[in-house]
Design a protein around this ligand. Structure first.
Ligand SMILES: Nc1ncnc2c1ncn2[C@@H]1O[C@H](COP(=O)(O)OP(=O)(O)OP(=O)(O)O)[C@@H](O)[C@H]1O
Length: 260
């Protein structure tokens, strides 16, 4: 099902100052099966937008629809992966993956689903390990397997590889691309890395700040897997748009600091 974000705005209380308008009239349709990245300067509202699609926060005005259904709360049709893995430390890897499906399936089915997704994220040798026995990249793989086990239609990823070293990040990018090609889920992926966005996405949405709006919508018409040489040209284009937005935010911050 397509995701439709319709005239969505969000403001936060900011007492004693006036409310802070974080997102202003966002309109966006994401087709079923599309891999879309959100890029933008820090504070432009990417995470806020994602959390409203997840149903974790309510819009101040406007709506989000998955198919015909308006999103009003979290649901099993949307799985979220955050920067930190948020696994249960007292459960082993397999138990963590089985947790969201524990009430929906027999034990046998749960085990088979957990095995399937642990294999997909290349962790089939570690089902009995506990989170503290795993590296950051492995923990993030468990989080991805846990979300996939719910079989959500929409995968919402908020800087999922942001805390990982470059090499692990690159491996997980390849894995998520493969998983997406296998499962054809709709993915919304928040990142600060232009290269990561180009490597993975069908489409890159660039947001501007204060308040957050959509300023560019790029289609990435490159074959997969993406070649460095092809990516470089688009990287320059995206960088040019993004840089002017980042500069604007920096200027605002400098003038605010100067006046206080
Ligand atoms: N619950 C909240 N209450 C008040 N202000 C908030 C709240 N959540 C976010 N904000 C503000 O909204 C703005 C957007 O935050 P958000 O985390 O969505 O930005 P972002 O683009 O994801 O930033 P980053 O790239 O740094 O993660 C920021 O100015 C932030 O301080």
């Amino acid at each position: 099902m397509d995701l439709k974000i319709d005239a969505l705005s969000k403001q936060f209380e900011n007492k004693p100052n006036p409310p802070l308008l974080v997102l202003d009239n966002i309109n966006l349709t994401i087709k079923a099966g599309e891999f879309v990245s959100l890029l933008g300067p820090s504070g432009c509202g990417k995470s806020t937008l994602l959390s409203m699609v997840a149903g974790l926060q309510k819009p101040s005005s406007g709506s989000v629809y998955l198919g015909e259904e308006e999103i009003r709360k979290p649901g099993p049709d949307r799985g979220v992966v955050f920067q930190e893995s948020a696994l249960f430390p007292w459960m082993n890897v397999r138990e963590n993956v089985m947790f969201p499906i524990r009430k929906k399936m027999t034990k046998k089915e749960q085990l088979s689903v957990a095995d399937k997704y642990l294999q997909m994220v290349q962790l089939s040798k570690f089902p009995e390990h506990y989170p503290h026995e795993l590296s950051g990249g492995m923990q993030q793989r468990v989080s991805i397997a846990r979300v996939l086990a719910m079989n959500p239609e929409l995968l919402l990823m908020d800087e999922p590889f942001g805390a990982l070293d470059e090499q692990t990040r690159s491996i997980l990018q390849d894995e998520i691309e493969k998983i997406w090609l296998d499962t054809k889920k709709t993915v919304i992926f928040v990142t600060h890395s232009i290269r990561e966005a180009i490597k993975l996405s069908d489409r890159i949405i660039i947001m501007g700040a204060r308040p957050g709006t959509i300023i560019s919508d790029f289609n990435v018409n490159l074959g997969r897997p993406r070649l460095q040489a092809d990516m470089a040209k688009l990287e320059e284009k995206v960088m040019a748009v993004l840089k002017s937005e980042i500069d604007k935010v920096m200027q605002e911050e400098l003038s605010y600091a100067g006046s206080h």
